[in-house]
Ligand binder design. Structure first.
Ligand code: PLP
Length: 385
């Protein structure tokens, strides 16, 4: 049977047709009032999504590039930095910090466990030389969302840096209210735009750290980005990916039309339904069963079933692309992405396909058990009348 392709990974994620269409429009020149108008609107809408009045810079880079830029702009070699590591991306920031000559103090947790903010506060209290603390909002490798409000409180005396690559736009992140100095994000998750843009927001305190920082930098230099943005019309220092920015403009306008708080509430329901579906078919969740987990649902592959093979069968037999576990969890867990352009039927279809794939792999499952559980989440909410 012909299958439609459905992308249910936690990044890149599917994009609305209007966003695809915007990518086909003629390229406009980037040092013109026409581009300046689009770029200004994008920046203003990004501020709404980041919930900040801080500067935001947009780079032709994935999230890792924008993060590398943050390291270059904030620190000097030898600076002491605390990094929470409870998954693949926390681990990446440990490695990146060390690659740039930082003294990284790693606060490690088992994958799937949340950071303990009392331990964060304790680590900072015992080492007053620590200049910054880094944590991932939504750890995409495990589906676990860290409590960033508590993290920001625990780290209020140092720079607070948050990786919100998969969390921004689907997890609550009140950058200014909570006092987060630097937030890094990317275009390819809840912002419903193709991969290729990285973002960073920079607080007053982060600007002061930037002035003192002696790390070499050029492409990602925040001062260069700020100077270019303050020109008339606003621009970027180097050639921007014009089409991606035009696509992001449409995506952000769609998020504003939905209402940002409504978009966040939709993601709570999507996460709840995905978890109900997984549990309903008799599988075990990986990580906490919490409403905060709005970006990704991770679950253990059942005994005797290889997670990678399950992901493959869901794709080959049903056209639905879910994701394998990363790093140490490869083959053990599978992940359903729901950050971005997703609705109730994306979740219901995916749960249905996983049930069928498990049956086809010889694992006993009662067809409809997960689907019914997911449906009931939406039914209670009134999404499906
Ligand atoms: N941080 C998190 C939480 C992510 O999910 C990702 C990508 O999946 C990254 C960082 C890295 O971003 P990119 O792949 O855009 O460089």
């Amino acid at each position: 049977m012909m299958n439609k392709y459905r992308l249910m990974s936690p990044g890149p994620t599917p994009i609305p047709p209007e966003v695809s269409a915007a990518g086909a429009l003629p390229i406009i020149h980037h040092r013109t009032p026409e581009f300046g108008e689009v770029f200004t609107r994008v920046n203003e809408n990004l501020k709404r999504v980041f919930m900040t009045d801080n500067d935001i810079f947009t780079y032709a880079a994935s999230g890792t590039g924008a993060f590398e830029g943050a390291v270059q702009n904030l620190f000097s070699p030898g600076d002491r930095v605390l990094v929470v590591n409870n998954g693949n991306f926390g681990e990446r920031w440990v490695k990146m910090g060390r690659a740039f000559g930082l003294e990284v103090i790693e606060l490690a947790y088992d994958w799937g466990q949340k950071a303990d903010n009392d331990e964060v506060a304790e680590a900072l209290a015992t080492d007053p030389e620590i200049k910054a603390a880094i944590c991932v909002l939504s750890e995409t490798s495990t589906g676990t969302v860290n409590d960033i409000e508590g993290f920001a409180r625990a780290t209020e005396n140092v720079l607070t840096v948050v990786d919100a690559v998969s969390g921004l736009g689907c997890c609550e992140l009140r950058t200014d209210d909570w006092g987060v100095d630097v937030v890094v994000a990317g275009s390819q998750k809840a912002l419903m735009t193709p991969p290729g843009l990285g973002f960073v927001s920079v607080s007053e305190r982060a600007w002061r750290a930037h002035e003192e920082s002696r790390m070499p930098r050029f492409y990602f230099d925040w001062t260069a980005a700020k100077k270019a943005y303050e020109k008339t019309p606003p621009q970027t220092p180097w050639t921007p990916p014009v089409s991606l920015i035009m696509q992001l403009d449409i995506a952000l306008r769609q998020i504003m039309d939905e209402g940002f708080e409504n978009a966040l509430a939709r993601h709570v329901l999507l996460g709840r339904a995905a978890r109900a579906g997984v549990k309903g078919m008799g599988l075990r969740l990986f990580g906490p069963d919490e409403d905060m987990n709005t970006a990704v649902t991770a679950a253990w592959a059942p005994e005797g079933v290889d997670g990678k093979q399950l992901v493959r069968v869901v794709f080959e037999e049903h056209g639905i692309q879910i994701a394998n576990g990363q790093g140490q969890m490869s083959g053990k867990i599978f992940r359903i992405g729901h950050c971005g352009y997703f609705d109730a039927y994306d979740i219901i279809s995916t749960i249905a396909a996983i049930e069928l794939a498990l049956e086809s792999l010889g694992h006993p499952v009662e067809l409809g058990s997960g689907v019914g559980a997911a449906q009931r989440v939406f039914s209670k909410s009134g999404v499906t009348a």
